[in-house]
Design a protein around this ligand. Structure first.
Ligand SMILES: [Zn+2]
Ligand SMILES: [Zn+2]
Length: 676
């Protein structure tokens, strides 16, 4: 019998309806399943299906099957779950993100289903009520300034109008932005809808939660990496059914399948941590805009140092703009002093200029608190042998080992490799020949202790305070003035309010500028501006000291003059001239493999096949700035195109021309943020 008639005859025997089900695995499309008698499935239904030898949860993606498939090879849907189906907006969102980031839709779906077991009916013993149920919204009991009042009224109006709109809420640290956008949240809640507040994970502090509870009478549902599996299941179920009204979470909270989302807030929208750098490479702020657009709902971006992208969208009229002008309750902006390290250098083996030392002494004498900022963990970023010049390097990365003296270990900050702090040089066996080069926070603490032996010091860095609980404890110690000098990495830049903190010292303002990253200047400005904002938030005025070798840099001058807008104008100009984002499009292709020779061969072959277009430039292949990471060599192409170009289509077609061997990993990063 010819094959076509065979297929036809078996089709005749197969009357079971088909559905295409998307499963949370890196698969490019939804697969066909047969729906058994007596089961009725609709679009968005959560179902259980066989997949290879396993079973998995999936979502009904289409009700039309592929007629050409041999029915005997199509398996049955095993079960339909009782949960409310995934909304059409959510399904569209998943597809949009997959197309944009060039990820498999299944991989994006996986982020929506990140609460294993949530669909199973709860066992009676642990019948838990979903968090953050709000029936009646309490009215606001805070006294607002005029500026706050106006901003809150404008936001409430936008939310009340429903429909898509994007707005930037811009205001300095301490201007009361949170309380203002809480009024937008209240309006969405009064409409009976759900709200998502995205925050960088590090900002999910007890202080924030307290403020939320004070306003709404309950705690929000939380969604971040430390939420336990049991809590995840409850939140997921509450979000899906619509019972849970407000989710406060890190970037992954964006992918929860909300039943009735009515407002998205992206707090600290400029934060680099909104970019996910593993798995599906997406930028949560940008995808939140997409989510709001697809759902036809308002979105509020919030920042004291808005990103250049967002400011340009404001200038082009795409986003509304609300400014909170003054610090709340009369606190003044701190005075900024630039310390030119060429003119006032630190003493031998020290890292603080005499000017900064004096400031610390005066602050301590006045019984106020100081904060020293250095974005570098450990004791020293490099150790070398004075005898033979040997430098301690990670065996699997092109990176120096960082001396962590407190743990008596040396660590690689890229792969986690660590070894004991050696006594002698592994190369020349000289003893006492090892020298620590440059400072980390531990070394600054040592310098503070020798300067102010009486002062109580505290280090705040991600390897020292490793959980929100520890951060909260550190915050309490500072609030209760149990410490005099805080030494910290960027973990301290975040919105805490310390009334006795009046002096901030930036130990090395030039640190973030190295490396040639597109956004190095912008990031440095944002970070140092935020750190500066830690000073003088109470009744006492604050002072900020910034140590630099490059006082003439745009970033440093803008910080000294407290002139953010001028800084952004200069940056925007530079980017526009170079046709860099947001004026042009950028994508990175990172190729990695253990065999350097094969990797280079493949990269050259790929470069030769690159389609030529006038308005698309391909840079590379070049070694990635971190050319060797976790035992793999890394090469990078950068693709630069005009804004009007669909860069994904170009990449798709190019990469399809040459299949990578299984030993070489190819990763595409659309709108890359970091250039490691
Ligand atoms: Zn040596
Ligand atoms: Zn390493």
């Amino acid at each position: 019998m010819p094959q076509s008639s065979l297929k036809q005859s078996s089709l005749l025997h197969d009357s079971a309806p088909r559905a295409q089900v998307l499963v949370p695995y890196p698969l490019a499309r939804a697969y066909d399943y047969r729906v058994p008698d007596g089961m009725n499935v609709s679009l968005g239904d959560y179902v259980r299906v066989p997949l290879g030898k396993k079973e998995t949860v999936g979502v009904v993606w289409s009700l039309a099957g592929d007629a050409d498939l041999d029915p005997s090879r199509v398996k049955f849907v095993l079960k339909k779950y009782a949960a409310a189906p995934m909304t059409e907006v959510q399904r569209k969102f998943i597809e949009w993100v997959a197309r944009y980031t060039m990820a498999d839709p299944g991989s994006v779906l996986k982020m929506s289903l990140s609460a294993p077991g949530a669909l199973a009916p709860p066992k009676r013993a642990r019948l838990i009520t979903p968090p953050c149920q709000i029936d009646a919204v309490p009215s606001n009991s805070l006294v607002f300034s005029d500026s706050q009042q106006q901003a809150a009224a404008s936001l409430t109006k936008l939310v009340a109008a429903r429909g898509y709109s994007a707005v930037l809420l811009d205001g300095v640290t301490g201007s009361g932005k949170t309380e203002v956008y809480f009024e937008a949240v209240a309006e969405a809640l009064r409409q009976g809808r759900q709200v998502l507040i995205l925050l960088p994970e590090i900002s999910l502090s007890a202080q924030f939660l307290e403020r939320f509870e004070r306003r709404f009478g309950v705690l929000p549902a939380l969604w971040h990496s430390e939420v336990s599996p049991a809590q995840r299941r409850t939140v997921w179920a509450g979000v899906t059914s619509g019972v849970t009204r407000v989710v406060v979470g890190a970037r992954s909270a964006l992918f929860l399948p909300y039943a009735n989302l009515g407002l998205v807030v992206v707090d600290e929208e400029h934060e680099a941590s909104y970019k996910q750098e593993e798995g599906v490479l997406y930028h949560a702020r940008d995808m939140a805009i997409v989510r709001a657009h697809l759902g036809n709902i308002p979105i509020v971006l919030v920042s004291a140092t808005p990103s250049l992208e967002t400011m340009i969208n404001v200038k082009q009229g795409k986003y509304h703009y609300l400014l909170l002008s003054s610090r709340h309750a009369g606190a003044k902006m701190p005075e900024v002093q630039i310390i030119d390290l060429r003119k006032a250098p630190p003493g031998r083996g020290k890292f603080m200029s005499p000017l900064l030392q004096r400031a610390l002494q005066e602050t301590f004498a006045a019984q106020e608190q100081s904060l020293l900022f250095l974005n570098r963990r450990g004791y020293a970023p490099l150790t070398l042998c004075r005898h033979c010049g040997y430098r301690f390097q990670c065996p699997s990365c092109a990176a120096w080992l960082v001396d962590h003296r407190k743990q008596a270990r040396m660590q690689c900050h890229h792969c986690g490799y660590s070894q004991q702090l050696p006594r002698q040089c592994p190369e020349c066996s000289a003893e006492d020949s090892l020298a620590a080069c440059g400072p980390g926070v531990e070394r600054i603490q040592e310098e503070v202790t020798s300067l102010l032996p009486e002062a109580r010091t505290l280090i705040l860095a991600s390897d020292v305070v490793t959980s929100p609980k520890m951060i909260n404890e550190a915050v309490r110690q500072i609030e209760d003035h149990e410490v005099d000098v805080i030494i910290g990495t960027q973990i301290i830049a975040k919105g805490h309010h310390f009334p006795d903190l009046t002096c901030v010292g930036v130990v090395d303002a030039d640190l973030g500028m190295a490396g040639g990253d597109l956004r190095a200047g912008e990031r440095t400005f944002q970070l140092l501006h935020q750190v500066s904002g830690r000073a003088g938030r109470g009744a006492k005025p604050g002072r900020v000291y910034i140590q630099t070798f490059m006082p003439e840099q745009n970033v440093i001058r803008a910080l000294a003059a407290n002139d953010r807008d001028r800084f952004l104008d200069v940056e925007a100009n530079l980017r526009e001239k170079a046709a860099m984002p947001p004026y042009g499009r950028l994508a990175a292709i990172i190729l990695s493999g253990a065999d350097e020779l094969k990797l280079d061969q493949f990269c050259r072959a790929l470069a030769q096949r690159a389609p030529r277009f006038d308005d698309i430039r391909i840079l590379g292949p070049a070694p990635a700035p971190l050319g060797f990471l976790r035992g793999k060599h890394r090469r990078r192409f950068l693709v630069k195109a005009d804004r009007s170009i669909a860069i994904q289509k170009f990449l798709d077609e190019w990469l399809a021309l040459l299949k990578a061997p299984s030993t070489i990993q190819v990763k595409v990063d659309i709108d890359p943020q970091s250039f490691f």
